[in-house]
Each structure stands twice: as C-alpha cells, then as structure tokens.
Design a protein around this ligand. Structure first.
Ligand SMILES: C[S@@+](CC[C@H](N)C(=O)[O-])C[C@H]1O[C@@H](n2cnc3c(N)ncnc32)[C@H](O)[C@@H]1O
Length: 212
C-alpha cells in the first residue's frame, strides 16, 4: 500500500508539464495547487492538505526517510490523492512546472548552512526567486521561515531586491501565532528547544513585475 502510493503519488519531471497535464494529476475537486519545498518529515504538508480540502500539494524533499514518513501519514489519513511528492532537488522540479500554476509556496526552515564559506549552498536565493516567480500566480503567497538571523536578513534583502516579489508580512516567534494556518514544524520545535526564535516571512508575487 505504502510502496504503491510512493510510486503512484510521485511526480515525473522528465518532461515539462503543461497546465492541463498538471491539473490531471489531481482529483477534479482540486482548485489550487500549492508547493512545499523541503518538507522534512511532512508534518506541515500533511496539516495543510488536511485543512484545505480544495488544494492539491506538491512536495519536494530529497531526504527519503522524510518522503516515506510523509506518504505513510497521508495514506493513513486517506489524503494521498491530493499530493504529489518529488524526492529530489526542488530546482529540477521547478523546471518542469507550467507558468502561473502555483497558488502558494512554502519553504520552512531550509538547511541553515551557518558557516560563511557555505552560504552559497543556501536554498533560498535570488536564483530560487527567479525560478519560482513565473510559476506563482500573481498575488500568490510564498511563505518562508528561518531560525538563523543572517539567513532571514538575506532572504528579506533578496525579496526586497526582486521585482516579482513584495514582502507582505514579517513575524517573529513572539507574534507568529497571528497566522493560525501556519502550524509549528518539527524543525521550528527543535529551534525553540535550543533557545532560538525565528523569523517568518510572507512574500507575495506582485501582480505586475516592474521591468526595471
Ligand atoms: C532543516 S530541514 C526543515 C524541514 C521542515 N521544513 C521543518 O521545518 O521541519 C530542511 C529540509 O530541506 C530539505 N532540502 C535540502 N535541499 C533541498 C532541495 N534542494 N530541494 C528540496 N528540499 C531540500 C532537506 O532535506 C531538509 O529536509
């Protein structure tokens, strides 16, 4: 059952998907498609699927134990039909998705790479924004969180500099509960246990990106 689901609920990116082919991957009741990048064990992804019955979610996560744990939870809760998982680097997935196909995206607590010499390995970057922007519908949210201050600052800077994104909201651990549809992830819990607060960003794909 789990093995079948892992196979049938995976997404093939060997060829680009057009809008019709992407829609066909999900049941007819799905109105919007969301993307979660680096879902870890899948707790947040499962919560969003369970609480948004008209949403289909694509998850990208190269950590195989996480993919298996997420699919196991989805199958147990009979939610797997509305999910497609990609067990590899999200950048390859982004190449295959059609323009303006995503109504929301999440990147929560990406690997921190705290050492200066490793910063170029950080997943949230101007390049990632360039790749993601055309896939988001105008007005779509892109939610990001990090417990590493200089990562959050760099994310704010990159978003500010990017013509296709506005920063709609910024929260900290103290007021993050203002967003009731943003459950605490496993990594956020770990950061809290270790005494680290976090920054939460809601970016918005602008309606008309400036061409300057
Ligand atoms: C620190 S964990 C956070 C997991 C989860 N979002 C949470 O908050 O508990 C970062 C996750 O990003 C995943 N990741 C790293 N590089 C990635 C990539 N290129 N594409 C997609 N996910 C990636 C890692 O495998 C890891 O599971």
């Amino acid at each position: 059952m789990l093995a079948d689901a892992l196979q049938s609920r995976s997404i093939d990116v060997s060829a680009s998907l057009d809008a019709v082919a992407l829609k066909r991957l999900f049941p007819g009741s799905v109105r919007d498609i969301w993307l979660e990048i680096g879902f870890g064990g899948g707790e947040h992804l499962v919560w969003q699927v369970a609480n948004n019955p008209h949403v289909g979610v694509i998850g990208a996560e190269p950590y195989l134990n996480g993919v298996v744990a997420a699919m196991d939870a989805l199958v147990a809760r009979e939610l797997s039909e509305r999910v497609r998982l990609y067990a590899d680097d999200v950048l390859a997935l982004l190449q295959a998705l059609p323009p303006e196909s995503l109504a929301r995206a999440f990147m929560l607590f990406p690997d921190p790479w705290p050492k200066k010499r490793h910063r170029e390995r950080r997943l949230f970057s101007a390049h990632l924004l360039d790749e993601l922007a055309p896939l988001l519908r105008p007005g779509a949210e892109f939610r990001f969180a990090s417990d590493i201050d200089d990562y959050a600052e760099a994310a704010i800077e990159a978003a500010r500099a990017h013509p296709a994104f506005d920063i709609a909201q910024v929260f900290t651990t103290e007021n993050r509960d203002a967003l009731p549809d943003w459950p605490v992830t496993r990594y956020e819990q770990k950061a809290r246990r270790e005494g680290r607060g976090a920054t939460f960003l809601v970016l918005q794909r602008v309606i008309e990106p400036s061409r300057t």
